[in-house]
Write a protein that binds this ligand. Structure first.
Ligand code: DGY
Length: 343
């Protein structure tokens, strides 16, 4: 009996890759950039499993081009790059990597908030440009974080961790979510408010929603007008939740004071994009979950999801485990896998 064939669309940390190599015949795309679409379609044609990243579009076309594919394991918590109904329809299991990146991402969102409030990037640029000649009583004055009001748009796992961090800075925390979380309000000292009220009262607005048709361009021109002119927007969720062009206008017109973005639309944002040049906008390359430990854990979960799917078992972090034993997932296997012990 041979091993299952899998395609991995980038080099991922060894914690995942070692497991994948042990149990599977793996082809691993070596480039820094994602495989071009035609390469992904060609390389996955005979694959039983696929480890994808948020840069790979997994849709009906791909699933049809790869008739043996029975599991898609995304190394990310977000899975807006995968068409889950199309996968389920064909009996293809899909998984993601929730939980392990929650605190790391919240740490980073709070770091962005502080960097934007206290103009840290501008300060670094100032020193690097040789402009630092003396202590200046008016130099690079920013906004206080302590005792300010944080507005959370979305109160999932990462939003809730952000609230905990804000508490340490004696911030007032308002939140809006489609699902009110009364269970968390007293333990995390949160106040629920409709979105326009959150925006109107917050000094910092931090976005923590998944990307869905409902949240696409949720933060648009009208929303920026509702914010305080002194407010700062932080986005560590998905780029398209914010309307980029409307954000450029809002920053140019002074409708809001600043922005700090880990995610953008488009992604990557071209170096000559107006947001990149604006001193009151920080743009970083989608690195909120990028601590060595967290990325290792994400890779390991992705590998365990993949192996479970190849075994025909429910994925530890499955998005459609109801398809176990159905469609492609029920096809006979010409390999014998053993599930590795969890440490
Ligand atoms: C995710 O996991 O969805 C992040 O955007 C990348 O870690």
């Amino acid at each position: 009996m041979g091993k299952p064939r899998v395609y991995v669309t980038r080099i991922i940390p060894d914690a995942g890759l070692d497991l994948i190599r042990e149990y599977c015949d793996a082809i691993i795309w070596q480039d820094e950039l994602p495989p071009p679409r035609e390469v992904l379609l060609r390389e996955t044609r005979d694959a039983d499993g696929l480890v994808s990243l948020l840069t790979d579009r997994i849709d009906g076309e791909l699933l049809d081009a790869c008739p043996r594919l029975r599991v898609v394991s995304n190394m990310a918590v977000g899975f807006d790059n995968i068409n889950i109904p199309e996968a389920s329809e064909r009996g293809v299991l899909a998984g993601n990597t929730p939980g392990v990146l929650t605190e790391t991402t919240a740490d980073f969102a709070f770091a962005l908030l502080m960097a934007a409030a206290r103009r840290i990037v501008e300060g670094v640029d100032y020193v690097r440009a040789g402009k630092w000649r003396t202590w200046g009583p008016m130099l690079l004055m920013g906004a206080d974080v302590h005792h300010a009001t944080l507005g959370l748009v979305g109160l999932g796992r990462i939003g809730a961790e952000m609230a905990k961090r804000a508490r340490g800075f004696d911030m007032r925390v308002l939140y809006y979510d489609v699902m009110r979380r009364e269970d968390l309000e007293s333990s995390l000292h949160l106040e629920y408010a409709p979105l326009d009220m959150v925006l109107a009262n917050a000094d910092f607005v931090s976005v923590h929603t998944p990307l869905t048709p409902e949240t696409h361009h949720l933060m648009n021109g009208e929303r920026f007008e509702q914010m305080k002119p002194s407010a700062i927007l932080i986005n560590t969720s998905r780029g398209p939740v914010v309307d980029t062009e409307a954000l450029v206008v809002a920053l140019q017109k002074g409708e809001i004071a600043g922005a700090a973005l880990d995610v953008t639309e488009p992604e990557p944002l071209p170096a000559d994009h107006p947001l990149v040049a604006m001193p009151n906008c920080i743009v970083v390359p989608h690195i909120a979950s990028a601590s060595s430990i967290t990325r290792g854990k994400m890779a390991e979960i992705a590998a365990r999801n993949l192996i479970a799917g190849l075994n025909g078992e429910a994925l530890p972090c499955g998005l459609n485990n109801d398809v176990v034993g159905k469609g492609r997932n029920a096809m006979p296997r010409d390999w014998q896998l053993f599930t590795p012990e969890a440490e």
